[in-house]
Write a protein that binds this ligand. Sequence first.
Ligand SMILES: [Zn+2]
Ligand SMILES: [Zn+2]
Length: 253
Amino acid sequence: MKLKVIGSSGGEFPGHNPPAFLIDDVLLLDAGTIGASLDEASQWKIRNILITHAHLDHIKGIPFLADNLVIKSRKQSVKVISISSVLVALKKNLLNNSIWPDFTIISAASKPVLLLKVILPRKLFKINSYKINAYKVNHSVPAVGYIIEDKKGRRLLYTGDTGPTGEIWKYARGISCAIIEVSFPNRLRKMALKTGHLTPELFLKEISKMESFPERILITHPKPLYRRQIKDEIEKLALKNVKILKDGEIYNI
Ligand SMILES: [Zn+2]
Ligand SMILES: [Zn+2]
C-alpha cells in the first residue's frame, strides 16, 4: 500500500494543509486538500473519497475537485463515501446551490460528478480490492475512523478527528500503520477534551487500548501553531516507530 500525505495538519498555513491521504493514487482518505497540492493527472485518478466527518478541514477539497472535473468536461464520477449524517451535512450545508453548486446533480456525462455513497459503521464494504470498515469515534460532530485492508493483507488504521474513544481500538489487530490524530499540546488538555481531540498524553493512553502495537504510528492533525511543542512532547514519550507526519511524504506500508 502506498500512502501519500497530501495534507496532515489541523489547520492551514503555507506548507501545512488540512488532512488528505492518498492511497495507491486512487483512494483518498479525507479531503481537506486536493487541488492545492495535486496536479491535474493526479486529481483525475481519484475515484473514491472516504470522509471521516463533515468538518470543513476534512471536506474542503471536494467542491473544487468537482468544479475542476466539470470545467474539463471529464466524463467521470467520484464517489464520496461516509456515514449518512456526514453526507447529509455535506449536501445540506455545502453542495446546496447557495454556498456551492450541487455537484451531486450536475454532470458532464450520464452520471453526476459526485455520487454520495452511504456506509454503516462496523459493516464491511469493498472499494476495488480494499476491504474497509468504519468505526464511530468520539468527536464534536458525528465521526468515524477507518481500517482499510489491501489485497496483501496490509492494514491501515486512520482515526480521523477524535478525543478519547473505544470501539476502533478493539478492532485494531495486526495493524501495519496507524494514522492517529494529536491536535493540542499537553497543557491544552481541557480544550482537547472539550473539542474531541487528543494531546500527546491522551494519545499515549489511547494507543495502550490496542491489543497489539501497530508496526508504525504516524501522527496527524497537529494545530500548526503548536506543531513544534507537540513534536517535542511526542518525542519525550520515547516510543519506537512513532513520528509526526509532514505534507508531501510518501510511505510504503
Ligand atoms: Zn473535526
Ligand atoms: Zn479536523
